[in-house]
Design a protein around this ligand. Structure first.
Ligand SMILES: [Zn+2]
Length: 406
């Protein structure tokens, strides 16, 4: 078997494309393969598939291919342009790559697979001998392809979330399909403009299909849902609510710990996370530590008690019972003489109608919260995100459930 035939089989060069020549450069571990469309043959119009006369050949282009025999492999070709009676002068399609790509399809496929399984850009770049920008380029193209393939299918439940981006007060708005467990899109900031922009990514029919939107108490998100999906219910996310409650417990603990220290009492030292844990998640050790504290004598014990009671609000299946339970809870919270607890209780009361919608729809922002660890991991292996575009690409690449392959 000669070299040409060998490479023809390795590369899967489809007839009538043929190998014109092969340049092996052993010193640089590199092989360059020149492909061509036979000169005697007519070309094919990319629009209608008809045979047409070859008009000319474009300047040579080079694609990076998968390594062959451990040599970095490049494909060269001067792609013919055909002259179609109907479609005028057109550049022919080549079977090994998409238009304007610097890589062959097979190469992009492997790079995408590698990125997905390793979740590590640096490793991918090293293993495939790619530059940082080349990895980004492949990811961007993959996301673009995936986004254009998305269908305008109905989406029942939407989640609206914010996440921090870079340092300081930079936020992004994240829209999720909570049932499909995928991120629909992300935009910069979390203001009215950002909310308009992200709702604009859905078609009118899709917006009409939304039954409920889960979110925090963030005003711009509430306004956005009322404006773009007025028929849909707003469901304030229980995890966000419990986070507010936990913050209140922690404030009480801090103040009490400080006051106790002034009397030289160290009872609350090192107990921060004990109070934030849900009762059923406590370890044996936790429970022992907990018993040692006289919780009925402590303000933080009273705050903790209100927190644990509040969690049961989401166990209800009837709105009437849930409302009754909340009212009882509200009374005990506002009579706790604990300022931070009273403050959050009043906030919950203001939003109670859209908290109780949970009983019917039972949706949360858990999915968006769950991807935080994925994002952290991507961040850690990607030298952070130098700009929003890269950040968005990464999030959609890993959490968009897109069809990324060429
Ligand atoms: Zn044509």
């Amino acid at each position: 078997m000669d070299d040409k035939e060998l490479y023809r089989q390795i590369l899967g060069v489809v007839s009538p494309w043929e190998i014109e020549k092969i340049d092996l450069d052993m010193d640089n571990n590199r092989v360059d393969i020149y492909l061509q469309w036979p000169y005697k043959m007519e070309g094919i119009c990319p629009e209608c598939g008809k045979s047409c006369k070859i008009h000319d050949r474009r300047e040579e282009r080079i694609w990076r291919h998968l390594d062959t025999c451990q040599l970095r492999t490049f494909i060269h070709c001067k792609i013919p342009r055909v002259k179609c009676d109907e479609h005028k002068t057109k550049t022919m399609e080549v079977p090994w790559a998409d238009d304007m790509s610097r890589f062959t399809r097979q190469f992009e496929r492997i790079a995408i697979q590698f990125l997905q399984s390793s979740q590590n850009r640096k490793k991918t770049a090293q293993n495939l001998h790619l530059s940082w920008d080349e990895v980004n380029h492949i990811m961007e193209k993959a996301v673009k392809r995936g986004m254009s393939r998305r269908k305008d299918e109905p989406i029942k439940y939407i989640g609206m979330d914010e996440k921090s981006f870079l340092k300081g007060h930079n936020y992004i708005t994240v829209m999720t399909d909570t049932e499909g467990k995928r991120i629909l899109d992300v935009v910069q900031n979390r203001d009215t403009e950002a909310v308009d922009k992200i709702w604009g990514t859905l078609t009118e029919e899709q917006r009409g299909s939304v039954d409920a939107v889960s979110m925090d108490f963030w005003k711009a998100f509430i306004n956005g849902a009322e404006k773009y999906v007025p028929e849909a219910a707003i469901v304030h996310d229980k995890f966000h609510i419990m986070k507010y409650m936990n913050e209140a417990v922690d404030k009480v603990r801090k103040a009490e710990h400080k006051a106790l220290l002034e009397q030289n009492k160290k009872d609350l030292k090192g107990t921060k996370y004990l109070w934030l844990k849900a009762k059923e998640n406590m370890t044996k050790e936790n429970k022992k530590d907990f018993k040692a504290l006289n919780i009925n004598q402590l303000s933080v014990g009273r705050a903790w008690n209100r927190k644990e009671l509040l969690r049961h609000l989401w166990d209800y299946y009837y709105e009437g019972s849930a409302r009754k339970y909340f009212n009882k809870w509200y009374f005990s919270a506002t009579h706790s003489r604990l300022k931070p607890v009273i403050k959050v209780a009043k906030m919950f009361k203001r939003h109670i109608e859209n908290i109780l919608t949970f009983i019917k729809y039972r949706i949360t922002n858990a999915f968006a919260e769950g991807i935080n660890s994925t994002i952290q991991h991507i961040k850690a292996t990607a030298r952070g995100f130098r700009n929003f575009k890269n950040y968005r690409t990464s999030i959609l690449f890993y959490c968009g459930k897109l069809n990324l392959y060429p």
